[in-house]
Design a protein around this ligand. Sequence first.
Ligand SMILES: Nc1nc2c(ncn2[C@@H]2O[C@H](COP(=O)(O)OP(=O)(O)OP(=O)(O)O)[C@@H](O)[C@H]2O)c(=O)[nH]1
Ligand SMILES: [Mg+2]
Length: 256
Amino acid sequence: MSRKKTSKSKGASAPAASTLPAANGPQPARSGTARPGSDAPPYGPPQPGRPSLGSGGDFYDVAFKVMLVGDSGVGKTCLLVRFKDGAFLAGTFISTVGIDFRNKVLDVDGMKVKLQMWDTAGQERFRSVTHAYYRDAHALLLLYDVTNKASFDNIQAWLTEIHEYAQHDVALMLLGNKVDSAHERVVKREDGEKLAKEYGLPFMETSAKTGLNVDLAFTAMAKELKQRSMKAPSEPRFRLHDYVNREGRRASCCHP
Ligand SMILES: Nc1nc2c(ncn2[C@@H]2O[C@H](COP(=O)(O)OP(=O)(O)OP(=O)(O)O)[C@@H](O)[C@H]2O)c(=O)[nH]1
Ligand SMILES: [Mg+2]
């Protein structure tokens, strides 16, 4: 069964999880060439126990699209590279052109969950390109930079955009990145928490540089999406807010 795609279907139900790889399959990450849905698996209900084989040779039970959004320079690409490859892209800042994507298969409570992660360009001039991708996203990671007040102040505008273009029940998480830069910090943790509470969002501070909370952010989202996709979950309800509050590490303690 495949889901019929509708354009800007505000108020429609969230896209179903995908279990089948596309005929042409996801392509290796590259900038500015991907088209909405063209490289992505078609949608369909999850069929646990019947793993699919992606074109990259990755077996998975269920697949979801996770999009990273936020101002240019907040660290979206670095966060993704940290999660995917465990490395930090130091040095010259190379701004993303258009949109880029990477895949990773996670083991979530015995199920292989493939995350197809879309890295969007934060620059204003690419905004119309990224709008086209929102409607297919199952989850959004919305980032600001704790050393850049403007990126925090713009979160409200990003939320307005998300409400306009994304599915109404898209899973959403707010991340304050670059907490390793303690001396340059201008947005307090409490300010991030307050904003997140105001909008009912799960919230964490992260560092693509040290890796703080990076795996946790993606894993928590994978757990949430997996739970949402189960028609009659046998496990207790997963609570994203409680999970990130419990598991999230604070920059000043506990982390190397
Ligand atoms: N200290 C520190 N620097 C970071 C971190 N994450 C990213 N950076 C730096 O911030 C700059 C921008 O990072 P990118 O990941 O390219 O930013 P982006 O959000 O993808 O930007 P666009 O592609 O233009 O939307 C780069 O110079 C990174 O090295 C972090 O966690 N800590
Ligand atoms: Mg980028």
